[in-house]
Design a binder for this molecule. Structure first.
Ligand SMILES: N[C@@H](CCC[C@H](N)C(=O)O)C(=O)O
Length: 300
């Protein structure tokens, strides 16, 4: 292969290299992912996302049994080459990429089913460049249905002297949400290395540092920074924003709002929490470049 077509896109500055593999011919190795995502020797990105027919991936049978209309599968890889189950910013960018490729038309606002390793997700376009996605049901780690949440982990990080109570959640992928004291502590936190989570989650975890901000009674407002599994600190994480909203609403107690705006370094996303445990994430998705790359030059 001498030439590989790509696009580049981002959702609140969580950025991705996008590949269209409509005939399922691409051997997307971990080495190729790392090379594409490399910010100096490659194209650069927090992750690589491949569009591939759902029928062509091992997860496809279960996905198509759940929803036969989920024709396209989001094959998500972290920048270090590892595979992740889900990406909330990525799935919105994926939808924008499908529209760009002419593989989907979301102009009527109807939801489009997309296959992911976390199951089927439905994305609808609220306006040009802004998408809402049903993120499924949040769970406790291990897939247990959540009934009541309390602090269940401890997190230690550089720059913060004491261990902090935290909450581990499964949004399809694993998250640990840590409540910091205030916005100043959040701004000063050192996320150059992965925070140490105790007990250590079996598959690793994405760690969100969060503070609740002043808000009115009907809409919540939180600020978050994230250290992503397989990447490092990123400027946004959609599944992380959902996990953070679940945690801050829980910590806020009875009567807390069900809609939260979550500020991240790269922008703001909206999270709606339904009483049945399902969540909806909304935010921008932008495609910023289209081109070709020589994979041999990248990896060599
Ligand atoms: N940035 C994503 C999450 C990407 C996967 C994550 N790093 C993991 O390994 O679980 C998002 O927007 O949700």
């Amino acid at each position: 292969m001498t030439s590989l077509a790509f696009s580049k896109g981002h959702g609140t500055q969580n950025d991705f290299v996008l590949l269209a593999d409509v005939d399922a011919e691409l051997d997307l190795t971990a080495d190729l992912v790392r090379a594409l995502a490399d910010r100096r020797a490659g194209l650069g990105g927090d992750g690589v996302i491949r569009v591939v027919p759902t029928s062509a991936v091992p997860e496809g049978t279960a996905i198509l049994a759940a929803d036969p209309t989920a024709r396209w599968f989001m094959d998500y890889r972290n920048a270090d080459g590892s595979i992740a189950q889900m990406c909330g910013n990525g799935v919105r960018v994926f939808a924008a990429f499908l529209e760009h490729l002419g593989l989907a038309d979301l102009s009527d606002g109807a939801p489009l089913a997309i296959g992911t390793r976390a199951g089927v997700r439905h994305v609808r376009r609220e306006e040009v460049g802004y998408y809402a996605v049903g993120m499924g049901t949040w769970r406790l780690p291990g897939g247990t249905e959540a009934v009541e949440l309390g602090a269940d982990a401890l997190v230690r990080t550089a720059g913060i002297a004491d261990e902090r109570p935290a909450l581990s959640l499964d949004m399809g992928n694993p998250h640990t949400v840590v409540a910091l004291a205030d916005a100043a502590e959040l701004a000063a936190a050192d996320l150059t290395a992965a925070p140490v989570v105790t007990p250590v989650p079996p598959e690793g975890t994405n760690v969100e540092y969060v503070v609740a901000l002043e808000a009115d009674a009907s809409v919540g407002h939180a600020r978050m920074r994230v250290h992503e599994r397989g990447v490092g600190e990123t400027r946004s994480c959609g599944t992380g924003a959902c996990a953070a909203a679940v945690a801050v609403r829980t910590w806020a107690g009875a009567g807390a709002p069900s809609t939260w705006f979550v500020d991240v370094p790269g922008g703001t996303v909206r999270v709606r929490l339904a009483d049945d445990g399902t969540t909806e994430l909304a935010g921008p998705a932008r495609l910023v470049a289209h081109g070709t790359v020589d994979p041999a030059a990248l990896v060599g």
